[in-house]
Design a protein around this ligand. Structure first.
Ligand code: TYD
Ligand code: MG
Length: 472
């Protein structure tokens, strides 16, 4: 008789260990190994190799051939459809991750209601909240009368039996994956084995019936329960719902999408009646601007196909510490160190005795290297105490040699800036064929295009002289 083996599975990365240890070798996290039985468990593979059946030959085919466009269910919530790449894809599984309390259930309730009122069959299964709680939320959102079918259930087999009744649903929402459990695995709900097995069963259901499914997953701290990371590779799409504490708006970011682009965002604002779409994010992020103060520069960024203008704020203050502080919110800390090093090495700007704080306004997060130039401008402006022109936008990448390098979509960035009333721009030289075009109009024509970062530093520092001359 085969002995049922005991294994220890890391709740953070899902790697399997034979012995317990304080630290997972694979991902380096502490205290994440949990004992999970493997008798008949999923993920351990077939235990009995003697009974293994012979493989069946499948037909090999070529890369070319007819492809059908993925059939989609459009929710009508523009920002959500943008993030999913044009709607939920039939027969696919989508993971929506995010911190607890960020608004995942709210978003999906609104999506469910919008779809149901368009005549789709939508099933909302909640393992976290009682039916009464979900009804309360629906009332608050003003969608209580829509024909969404609701259940509070956590067992996968029961859920599958329930939705097999009647017409096949167009969309099944499972809130959340961490509460689901299946009879096939014998570990506790929330462990890696259960989360994987439950997700697998639901994904199999989606692929075999053509229903779309949405799995909600909490991003967890300290590996208390298995995070959505362990199902990321199993699903067709991953969306993260993000937001900064104290700010009302939320960003739905596409991390993975087998049927569409992965660099899109949807922007929402949380109100007392649910999530509201924000069609023009630039206005939101620039809303609280104090244009005249030193250390602020407006970055013309891109999120997927959409330009987003956002203010970058720097504070450079004399330090009393041996090792000055560098703190960044909303940008990459390593990238800041690089920009500081280039400013020191190639432009003669010294930050060695100064603390440097960098903040992206409104709690927005930038991932583009194109923000380098705006960051450098904000840093120099704060150090010198000279405010940058209020109507100017900045974008461009800085190389380690101190050169300013061109970035993509210059035209679109300039257009957005112009639309929002900006009159000048600082951008890399290589983008001129775009700028020269009449599409960009006035703002492109009067743009300053440095080839070296030192040129920009000289221009900012030179503004003091100009101002002094004007006053004379
Ligand atoms: P919820 O969708 O329950 O979060 P999650 O499912 O991601 O855990 O949203 C919870 C928060 O949203 C809660 O703090 C209350 C707030 N909220 C509003 O501000 N307005 C609303 O209309 C709703 C429904 C929730
Ligand atoms: Mg919830």
């Amino acid at each position: 008789m085969a002995k049922s083996r005991v294994q220890f599975i890391c709740q953070n990365c899902g790697s399997v260990h034979q012995r317990w240890a304080g630290k997972c070798d694979a991902c380096g996290e502490w205290n994440t190994l949990v004992e999970e039985g493997t008798s008949g468990g999923i993920g351990s593979g077939p235990a009995n190799t003697r009974n293994a059946r012979k493989g069946r030959a499948v037909v090999l085919t070529s890369l070319s051939g007819d492809i059908e466009d993925a059939p989609r269910i459009v929710s009508g919530i523009g920002e959500l459809d943008r993030a999913t790449g044009g709607g939920f894809v039939r027969g696919s599984a989508l993971l929506v991750g995010g911190d607890p309390g960020i608004g995942k259930s709210t978003l999906l309730t609104q999506a469910a209601a919008a779809l149901a009122s368009r005549g789709h069959r939508i099933v909302y299964v909640s393992g976290e909240e009682a039916v009464a709680q979900i009804r309360l939320r629906a009332q608050r959102l003003g969608v209580a009368s829509t024909p969404v079918e609701l259940a509070a259930e956590t067992n996968v087999e029961d859920i599958l039996a329930t939705i097999a009744d009647g017409k096949r649903p167009d969309l099944v929402i499972l809130d959340s994956i961490q509460t689901l459990w299946t009879d096939l695995a014998d570990s506790a709900p929330g462990t890696v084995t259960q989360v994987r097995a439950a997700a697998q069963a639901m994904i199999r259901y989606a692929k075999s019936t053509g229903a779309a499914i949405v799995l909600v997953g909490h991003v967890t701290k300290e590996g208390q329960i298995a995070g959505p990371r362990v199902v990321e590779h199993m699903v067709d799409g991953v969306l993260y719902f993000e937001g900064e504490g104290g700010h009302h708006y939320r960003i739905l970011r596409t991390v993975k999408n087998r049927f569409g682009p992965t660099d899109e965002i949807g922007v929402f604002e949380m109100s007392d009646k649910g999530l509201r779409e924000v069609a023009n994010p630039s206005e939101l992020f620039l809303g609280e601007r104090h244009a005249k103060s030193p250390g602020a520069a407006v970055f013309a960024g891109m999120e997927g196909t959409r330009p987003v203008l956002v203010e970058i704020q720097a504070l450079v203050a004399p330090s009393s510490l041996g090792t000055p502080r560098r703190a960044v919110v909303g940008w990459d800390g390593a990238r800041l160190s690089m920009v500081l090093a280039v400013l020191e090495a190639h432009c003669g700007v010294r930050f060695g005795q100064h603390d440097v704080y960098l903040n992206v306004a409104g709690g927005y997060r930038i991932s583009e290297p194109a923000a380098d130039l705006a960051v450098a401008a904000a840093l120099v402006s704060s150090l010198t105490g000279l405010a940058l022109p209020a109507d100017c936008v900045y974008f461009g990448e800085i190389s380690l040699s101190g050169a300013v390098r061109p970035v993509a979509h210059a035209q679109q960035r300039l257009k957005e800036a112009e639309k929002l009333g900006f009159g000048s721009a600082v951008l890399p030289l290589g983008s001129e064929e775009l700028v020269g075009g009449n599409g960009a109009g006035g703002i492109g024509a009067g743009a300053f295009q440095p080839t070296e970062l030192a040129d920009l530093v000289a221009r900012i520092a030179g503004s003091r002289r100009n101002r002094a001359e004007e006053q004379e």
